[in-house]
Design a protein around this ligand. Sequence first.
Ligand code: PSU
Ligand code: MN
Length: 308
Amino acid sequence: MSFEASGEVAEAVRGNAPVVALESTLISHGIPRPDNLLLAYEVENAVREEGAVPATIGMVGGVVKVGLSKGELEILATEDGVPKLSDRDLPMAAAKGSHGATTVAATAHLASLAGIRLFATGGLGGVHREARESWDVSADLGILARTPVAVVCSGVKSILDVPATLEYLETLGVPVVGFGEGNFAGFYLSDSGQPLDWHVESEAEAADVVRAMGGLGFGGTGLVVSNPLPEGSQLDPRLHDEVLTAGLCDLEKLGVRGKEVTPFLLGRFHERTGGASLAVNKEIIRRNARLAARISVALSGGSDAKPA
Ligand code: PSU
Ligand code: MN
């Protein structure tokens, strides 16, 4: 078998108990060592504290694990050269018996296969700034058009073309909703500057949106829940813009392309902000995991569920 859910996760899904999927690319490629492994454990604990079961997803020895054990998480966090797997990479990696860190696209696909409806990450992938030339549009967007998983995120990564990404989500018919007031979240920044048409005021209301999607024929479509950081916790916007401009320039000079682009730019931030971007990145992941857990608890609350 190339697909295994842990006993705890399988039991929770069977009993319609709250479960939150978590990705592994940010562990292997998004957050530097040793913070990455500590964060992975910490985020799982945060999900538990909110009353849900964490299911961190990744591939170990060609087997997809939904609910990685501590030891398996350690492999993905500490081994060199763990490949970054998008959804389309999964069959080949499985056939070769490879390890792999799953992106949002791969994790959402596998979460849905396991029957999990809520997923938390830092920031979604999207349309890259130079996409007119490179055609670099993350597979994260396409998967949300065809996978019934709600992703709680701090918007899309601020290294991207945010307005173009929102247009693309609209074209794909993927619903986007803000948690609380305000514009679409800006990843390292609280505010991407892009307005949203819809907001929910509570976890219960977010759960109602997920239920309504089921009842309205969106049973195969994802949902983006944007959870902005409070302004006091964001990265200094001037520092952000400085580091980004230099990073984009280096991308071109060094010829960094394809799946290396995102880890390269995030790495630049972590090197050039004296640890500030790392602290923010960890904070958004923790907050999004907690919110996803609370929404999954509301969604499992069954008895007071409104008919869809
Ligand atoms: N969010 C983070 N850090 C990350 C990512 C998301 O806070 O490293 C990862 C996710 O796995 C996402 C991927 O799917 O970046 C996007 O990569 P690309 O742009 O190559 O599709
Ligand atoms: Mn890409």
